[in-house]
Design a protein around this ligand. Structure first.
Ligand SMILES: [Ca+2]
Length: 286
């Protein structure tokens, strides 16, 4: 009787010991089949403007032999704000390994202290750290583009495109994609409007309108053909330029200085009659 009790205790200890060993093995990072990575590797740079978002790609790879479901938690330091805190993805055990990616939007408030911060992405046994550099506000005085990073709204935006793409400071049509360009969402239906609200009313006299004009998508075939440039003064929109029959990628509109707090591009027709496309809108003082 006494021996049997000892045997039971010993058996329980063996089972417990085994469970402990299994649990600690599963928690060891080396054994977690999920690999995390972030691109660009150097991290992201962000400015505290309402329409100048940044982002990075989170890569999730199942290096194991069994399908699994991964939950990746995201945490940001300092003033950094993420557009989501959790990425959940089904990761089949493909061979060769296949990486599933998710775009994580990064913003900071207007008054964010410039400096170096980081975003941490973690799953059970894997982790990746993404450096985030918060840059100072760009100057918005004479000679500066007053539209840069300011709030843009559009009558519609094509799926996957970002309405902020035409105020991100990038005028290079060769880099046209869903992030740095704006494409309306109503094929063949005009007018389309793209508005930028300035940080403060300013005396403006020049607007640069950049429509799509790349080697592959020349403006003469894909750019805005007919459009109006409007400014909002005293709460009312007024037209300061009427552009017709355009085939150029960049159109400069100059006009008598007017104190305005917003600028609107009214797309009336494009050269291939489907969409209004803008790569950038710039606004300058007198
Ligand atoms: Ca752009």
């Amino acid at each position: 009787m006494k021996r049997r009790q000892i045997a039971v205790v010993a058996g329980a200890a063996t089972v417990l010991g085994l469970l402990t060993a299994v649990a600690s093995t599963a928690a060891r990072p080396d054994d977690d089949p999920v690999r995390l990575a972030a691109t660009p590797e150097g991290g992201v740079r962000v400015v505290g403007l309402p329409c100048l978002p940044s982002s990075f790609q989170l890569g999730m790879t199942n290096a194991g032999t069994a399908d699994l479901y991964a939950d990746v938690e995201l945490a940001a330091g300092g003033p950094v704000v993420l557009d989501r805190r959790l990425v959940s993805s089904w990761l089949p055990a493909w061979d060769p390994d296949h990486t599933v990616t998710a775009r994580i939007g990064v913003t900071v408030p207007l008054d964010a202290e410039p400096g170096s911060y980081e975003v941490r992405a973690t799953t059970d046994g894997a982790e990746v750290t993404v450096p985030v550099e918060v840059l100072p506000q760009p100057p918005k005085g004479d000679g500066a583009n007053l539209a840069l990073g300011e709030q843009a709204v559009a009558s519609s935006t094509h799926a996957n495109f970002d309405v902020c793409g035409a105020v991100d400071g990038n005028t290079d049509s060769e880099q046209w994609d869903t992030l740095t360009g704006w494409n309306d969402g109503t094929s063949g239906v005009f007018p389309d409007t793209y508005d930028v609200t300035l940080a403060a009313p300013a005396s403006i006299s020049r607007v640069e309108t950049w429509t799509l004009d790349s080697t592959r998508y020349p403006a003469a075939r894909y750019g805005l053909r007919d459009f109006d440039v409007q400014v909002r003064a005293g709460g009312a929109w007024q037209t300061v330029d009427e552009v017709r029959g355009n085939t150029a990628g960049r159109v400069t509109s100059t006009f008598a200085p007017v104190t305005a707090d917003a600028v609107r591009i009214v797309g009336l027709a494009s050269n291939n009659r489907d969409y209004s496309r803008l790569i950038e809108v710039e606004v300058f003082t007198s």
